[in-house]
Write a protein that binds this ligand. Structure first.
Ligand SMILES: *[C@@H]1O[C@H](CO)[C@@H](O)[C@H](O)[C@H]1NC(C)=O
Ligand SMILES: *[C@@H]1O[C@H](CO)[C@@H](O)[C@H](O)[C@H]1NC(C)=O
Length: 828
């Protein structure tokens, strides 16, 4: 204040018209009405003067910041004074005005210096500024920043800058020649867009006032991308599995690479880089999304794993590679393969156990369980499958083979793997079992019994033995052989023969029941194997009886011309046993069952014959009137069909003494009645024979005549006949069994219509011929209904039948009647 006043005085001294000069100094921004200075006092004026002088402020400026309070004689702040508005940067800043007084006119110059207060902060023109800086920018690069401005002056002016944070950029102030400072920021370390794309910094400008004020500016830095990053795969090695036979288009895996760069620098393209192998024919990678897809066939059996080299490249040309290992998973897509290495089609039925029949190799291309193969064969066959090394199997026999049970086997070998689902394949082997001669022929029966009726035709087939052989072909070809043995000292081969091929047994000869009732022999059946096998069977032949023997009268003995008579005393009572006719029949059974009948008698009322026992008894009292000579003809018949009979003449003498008998019997042979009968028959027979001769001589050739003559010669030579008793006749009287060989008197016709009759020869010494010297013989022959057949003669069966059927017609014209005639004529 003191200084201001002093200054005013100096002014007043130099300016005559100017009475005084006052200076004041006030800070800006004082409140309205604030006191600037006591002008009255400072000018030494009375407040009255001020009033009277109409003191007022005069200024050239339009704005009046200061007003004069006349009453108080002070200067007051009229309006807010902003130094910055008033003076800008000029210093010092002062308001100059005059106070004018009238009456008298006085002029006072007042200067009010406005001092600065720090009422302005430093300011930047923009709140923020943006930079785009490539990340590749070198360290040390400078970026000029905007300067801040502070309206205040002096100490209140801008003092310094601050940049935060300071890690990437630092601030560098650079003093200009004009005293201003250039503000720069300098890159301290490399930028990495991939780490920090946006960087914001705050630049603060501070002034030197008290209190200090500041202004800030935001610096936004965008780091621009450079292709400084290669693509990066998420894994260095990828692994994937794919099942074989997957369809084309299957996505096996997806590889992903990322590129930290931006835009085209991060645009990744995938590709497969394998060159030598055929990977690119099998796999394809989608160049955009990295999907690895199948474009070919995957076959585990060809390749179990694939290595795919993949490349990812960005458009800036940076690349990265990775590896994709694709493991192929097997699926059971291969059937086991059965290979037959060797096989035999035929095996002998006597093959040893463990004989190898077939060798098989199994292969399955699959792996693991899918390739594990189990083989088995059809059940119930005598074979087993044996596993030898590796996948080799051999089919061997497991039990004995028998062609007779099963001559062929179809063996199915089935192999299946253990995959799920399991695959299998099978093969059928056909094996023939060849025959070995291991079965002997077997007869259908353990023994045979055969029946043949005696007097058969030689060569007659009797029956058939049959043996079967279970073997095959030659081994089963059965031949029948009659085993050598003999019966009664005669070899059986002279009885029967066996047809080697058919087993038919033929009679070799005609059998005679009276000689042989049965016999047995063995037949062997032998097969054609080598060595042959055989078995034998016993055949029992039973010969059946035919009624071929007439009864034989043993008693009374019939002699040629001799006379034997039974004596019956006249005193004999009723039932007196005169004699007994004893007869036998060499046949058996019914054929030998004899019955006796009285055929003719001198006196039928006197005698009877026991039907069964042949006893001749009287049936009434013998009287004196009864003739001495009684002649009985007894017929003995067997019970055969047809029956055969024999007659016997029993002479009975009814007398008490022998001489009486003798006298009576001397003319016995000249019996009248007998002779009458005989004469009649002789005439009849002669007529018949004559007729026969005439007819035969005309029709039949001389041979037959010759034979007829021989028959005559035979009869001539053999008469008279001596009766023959077989040695054992007495023992076997009842059964009539004859043990020895007999020949029989035979009458036979070859054809009854030709009336051709023959006599057989009585060849052996044992000849039994009925006494033909009686008319009874004639009658017997005439009544005979059966035929005697000569055993040794070759007679055909058909012929035999014919003869039987025409028996009745044969006999009356037959040679037997002629023989009877001849015999009788001899007796005559
Ligand atoms: C074996 O198979 C063949 C042909 O398939 C057939 O003819 C034959 O009867 C079969 N054999 C057996 C014993 O099953
Ligand atoms: C018949 O066969 C049996 C065994 O079956 C044997 O003992 C016997 O000797 C054979 N007989 C003949 C005559 O060959």
């Amino acid at each position: 204040m003191t200084r201001q006043v002093l200054l005013l005085f100096i002014c007043l001294l130099f300016v005559g018209s100017v009475l005084g000069q006052v200076s004041y100094s006030i800070p800006e921004e004082m409140a309205r009405g604030s006191l600037v200075g006591n002008i009255a006092h400072d000018l030494g004026l009375q407040t009255k003067r001020l009033a009277s002088g109409k003191a007022r402020i005069y200024t050239r400026d339009s704005d009046e910041f200061i007003e004069l309070n006349r009453e108080r004689g002070v200067l007051l702040v009229k309006e807010r004074i902003d130094r910055e508005a008033l003076c800008r940067q000029t210093t010092p800043c002062a308001l100059h005005f005059q106070i004018i007084l009238e009456n008298p006119m006085e002029l006072y110059t007042v200067t009010v210096q406005i001092t600065d207060i720090n009422d302005n902060a430093p300011t930047f023109e923009k709140n923020e500024i943006k930079f785009k800086i490539a990340e590749s920018t070198m360290i040390g690069a400078k970026f000029v920043l905007e300067r801040a401005a502070d309206l205040d002056v002096g100490i209140n002016d801008l003092k310094s800058y601050e940049l935060k944070p300071t890690d990437i950029f630092s601030l560098k102030l650079h003093n200009n020649a004009d005293g201003n400072k250039n503000v720069e920021m300098v890159l301290q370390k490399p930028l990495d867009r991939e780490k920090q794309e946006q960087i914001s910094l705050v630049l603060t400008a501070v002034d030197g006032g008290e209190p200090q004020m500041s202004g800030t500016m935001l610096i936004l830095i965008t780091v621009l991308d450079a292709n400084d990053n290669a693509p990066v795969f998420t894994q260095h090695t990828y692994k994937a599995t794919v099942t074989e036979n997957s369809p084309k288009g299957t996505v096996v895996a997806t590889v992903t690479a990322s590129d930290a760069d931006q835009g085209s620098n991060s645009k990744i393209t995938y590709s497969i880089t394998n060159t030598l192998d055929d990977i690119r024919k099998v796999f394809q990678v989608n160049k955009d999304n990295g999907d690895v897809t199948l474009i070919g066939n995957i076959d585990f059996e060809q390749s179990r794993s694939y290595q795919i080299h993949l490349l990812a490249s960005d458009e800036g040309g940076l690349t990265e590679s990775c590896k994709l290992i694709v493991d192929v998973q097997d699926i059971n897509d291969n059937k086991p393969e059965i290979n037959i290495l060797s096989k035999s089609n035929v095996i002998s039925e006597d093959a040893n156990l463990n004989t190898v029949v077939t060798m098989i190799n199994i292969e399955d291309l699959d792996s693991g369980e899918n390739g594990k193969v189990q083989c088995f064969i059809s059940e119930n066959v005598p074979f087993i499958l044996k596993m030898s090394t590796g996948n080799f199997y051999s089919l061997v026999t497991d039990s004995d083979l028998d062609r007779e049970k099963s001559s062929e086997y179809n063996i199915t070998v089935t192999c299946s793997d253990e995959g799920v689902p399991s695959l299998s394949s099978s093969v059928t082997l056909t094996l023939q079992i060849s025959d070995v001669n291991d079965n002997a022929p077997v007869f259908e029966r353990s023994s045979y019994e055969a029946y043949i009726v005696e007097n058969n035709t030689p060569g007659l087939s009797i029956f058939t033995v049959k043996a079967r052989d279970a073997d095959w072909n030659q081994n089963a070809r059965v031949s029948y052989i009659l085993e050598d043995s003999s019966f009664n000292g005669v070899p059986v081969s002279s009885y029967v023969s066996v047809s080697a091929d058919s087993g038919v047994i033929h009679a070799v000869r005609s059998f005679d029941y009276e000689q042989i009732k049965d016999f047995h022999f063995h037949v062997k059946a032998q097969d054609g194997g080598s060595p042959p096998l055989s078995s034998n069977v016993t055949v029992k032949m039973m010969i059946q009886d035919q009624n071929d023997n007439p009864p034989q009268v043993l008693y009374p003995v019939q002699t040629g011309g001799s006379l034997v008579a039974e004596m019956v005393p006249r005193s004999a009572d009723v039932g007196y046993l005169v004699t007994k006719v004893v007869a036998v029949d060499v046949d058996s059974g019914q054929n030998a069952w004899l019955s006796y009948k009285l055929q003719k008698a001198t006196d039928r009322a006197l005698f009877e014959v026991g039907l069964q026992n042949g006893e001749i008894r009287t049936i009434r009292q013998v009287t004196d009137k009864d003739a001495v000579k009684q002649r009985l003809t007894v017929i003995v018949e067997d019970n055969g069909q047809p029956s055969r009979s024999a007659t016997v003449i029993v002479n009975v003498a009814v007398a008490d003494s022998f001489p009486e008998v003798l006298s009576e019997f001397t003319d016995f042979t000249h019996d009248k009645e007998y002779n009458d009968n005989l004469t009649f028959y002789l005439v009849l027979a002669l007529a018949v024979v004559s007729f026969l001769f005439i007819t035969c001589l005309v029709v039949i050739i001389s041979v037959k005549i010759y034979r007829w003559r021989q028959s005559r010669i035979l009869y001539h030579s053999n008469l008279p006949v001596i009766p023959y008793y077989p040695p054992r006749y007495s023992d076997t009287l009842g059964t009539g069994t004859l043990q020895h060989v007999y020949n029989y008197e035979v009458c036979r016709t070859t054809d009854s219509r030709k009336s051709d009759c023959k006599f057989g020869r009585a060849g052996s010494q044992n000849v039994l011929i009925m006494d033909p010297s009686s008319t009874g013989t004639m009658q017997r022959i005439q009544n005979e209904k059966s035929i005697l057949d000569e055993p040794d003669s070759p007679l055909e069966v058909g012929e035999f039948v014919t003869k039987q059927s025409s028996n009745g017609r044969c006999w009356p014209m037959c040679g037997s009647s002629a023989a009877a005639f001849i015999s009788t004529s001899q007796i005559i």
